[in-house]
Design a protein around this ligand. Structure first.
Ligand code: SAM
Length: 354
C-alpha cells in the first residue's frame, strides 16, 4: 500500500514529467521521468497522476498519435515490471489504436500542440531574468517531422537555445527593435515579446527576393536567427540579408566583444591582439546599443557548410564571434532531453566598418 507522502507533486521529477509530456517529448524520456517520480517504478499513484494531470488535463489536449505512442511505451514499461496497469490507461490506449492509423505515425507529419514550459530557478546568477519571469508557458502548433516541407514547422534545437538566451538576458533586448529571420513556428518571437523590446516584426521574408530598399526599411537594432545556417544554396542570400540589415551607413564604430572567440577574415587577425588596440587605429570598446548586431544560434552539422558561411560573411565584412561560452543562457528546459544544448553555438555578428 502506497503512502500519501510518497508522491511529491511539487517535486522536480513531477514537474519534469508533466512538462515533458505536454511538450510531446519522446515517450522514452517521459516514461523515464514517470519512473523517477515513482522512486524507481511507475506505481498506481503515478499512473493516476499521469491520467488526471497529463492525459485528462482540460486545457491541453494531446494529439492522439502522440498519446498512442506514449501509452504503448508506458504500458509496456509497467507490465514488464510486473505492476498492474490502470484500466483507464488500457481503455485510452484501445481508443487510440482504433482512432489512429499506423501510416499517420510513420509519416510523423501530424501537426500537434506542444506546450513548452520555461522553468526558472528560484535563485540564479542571472538575477534580472529570474526576477522578471517565474515560469513561462508557450503553446505552439508544430510537426515532429523535420523534413519533407515541414522544416519550418518543427522546433529546432537552436530555436530552443535562442529562446533560453533571450529569457536569460532580457536586458539585451530592452528598448531594441528586433527582427528574426527564418522564424519557423515563432517560439523565439513569443519569448522576445516577454522582454521589453520596442518593436518585434514577424513577416514573410524570402531571402532570395528581399530587396535592399525593402530590408533597409526595417533597420532593426537586433537581428535574430536560429538554425538558419544549413543550406549552402541559401547561404549567399542569407548573408546578403544580414549584411544589409547590419550595415548602417551612419556608423563608423567597431564592435568587438571581449573574451569571445572571433572569426576574423585572415587579413584582419590583428584585430584580436592588444597590439592593435594600442596602435590606436581602432576603437575596440564595445558600444552596445549603437550598432545593429545579430544573434544567430546554430548547430554546426557540416563544417564545410559553416566554413562557407564564414567565407561569405568575410566577403560582406561581417565579424562573426562565438559567444557560446561568454554568454551562457540558463538551462530553462531541463526536461527537454531530446535537445542537446551542448551542440548549439551562439554567434554574435556585426558589420566591420573598416
Ligand atoms: C531549420 S528551420 C529553423 C526554424 C526556427 N528558427 C527554429 O529554430 O525552430 C529554418 C527556417 O529558415 C527558413 N528558411 C530557410 N530558407 C529560407 C529562405 N531562403 N528564405 C526565407 N526563410 C528561409 C525556413 O522556412 C525555416 O523557418
Amino acid at each position: 500500500m502506497e503512502k500519501e507522502e510518497e508522491l511529491q507533486e511539487s517535486s522536480t521529477p513531477c514537474l519534469h514529467l508533466v512538462s515533458a509530456f505536454l511538450a510531446c517529448e519522446p515517450p522514452d524520456f517521459v516514461v523515464s521521468f514517470a519512473r523517477d517520480f515513482g522512486g524507481g517504478s511507475i506505481t498506481e499513484r503515478v499512473q493516476s497522476f499521469i491520467w488526471n494531470v497529463c492525459i485528462n488535463k482540460s486545457d491541453v489536449k494531446c494529439s492522439l498519435p502522440y498519446l498512442k505512442r506514449f501509452l504503448k511505451k508506458l504500458i509496456v514499461e509497467i507490465e514488464s515490471n510486473g505492476d498492474v496497469v490502470l484500466d483507464e490507461l488500457y481503455e485510452k490506449y484501445i481508443y487510440c489504436l482504433a482512432s489512429v492509423k499506423d501510416d499517420e505515425l510513420a509519416k510523423g507529419s501530424t501537426r500537434m500542440l506542444r506546450r513548452f514550459s520555461f522553468l526558472f530557478p528560484k535563485d540564479c546568477s542571472q538575477a534580472s531574468s529570474c526576477q522578471i519571469f517565474r515560469k513561462l508557458e508557450v503553446m505552439l502548433q508544430c510537426s515532429l517531422n523535420m523534413l519533407e516541407g515541414d522544416t519550418g514547422c518543427s522546433i529546432w534545437p537552436s530555436g530552443l537555445f535562442l529562446s533560453e538566451f533571450i529569457l536569460s538576458f532580457p536586458e539585451v533586448f530592452s528598448d531594441k527593435s528586433c527582427l528574426e529571420v527564418g522564424s519557423g513556428v515563432g517560439l523565439v518571437g513569443v519569448c522576445l515579446a516577454q522582454t521589453n523590446c520596442s518593436k518585434l516584426q514577424c513577416l514573410y521574408l524570402p531571402w532570395e527576393s528581399a530587396a535592399e530598399n525593402e530590408l533597409r526599411e526595417f533597420m532593426p537594432d537586433i537581428v535574430l536567427g536560429a538554425d538558419v545556417i544549413y543550406d549552402p544554396l541559401c547561404l549567399p542570400h542569407l548573408v546578403r540579408v544580414l549584411a544589409i540589415l547590419l550595415k548602417r551607413e551612419d556608423h563608423n564604430l567597431h564592435h568587438l566583444s571581449n573574451g569571445c572567440k572571433d572569426y576574423y577574415p585572415p587579413d584582419r587577425r590583428c584585430f584580436e591582439s592588444e597590439e592593435t588596440s594600442s596602435a590606436g587605429d581602432l576603437d575596440l570598446s564595445p558600444r552596445l546599443g549603437q550598432e545593429p548586431v545579430a544573434y544567430i544560434a546554430s548547430v554546426i552539422r557540416t563544417i564545410d557548410t559553416f566554413n562557407y558561411f564564414l567565407s561569405l560573411a568575410e566577403k560582406e565584412k561581417l565579424l562573426v564571434s562565438d559567444i557560446t561560452e561568454t554568454m551562457k543562457p540558463l538551462d530553462l528546459l531541463p526536461y527537454v532531453k531530446s535537445y542537446q544544448r551542448s551542440n548549439v553555438r551562439m554567434f554574435k555578428i556585426s558589420y566591420l566598418h573598416k
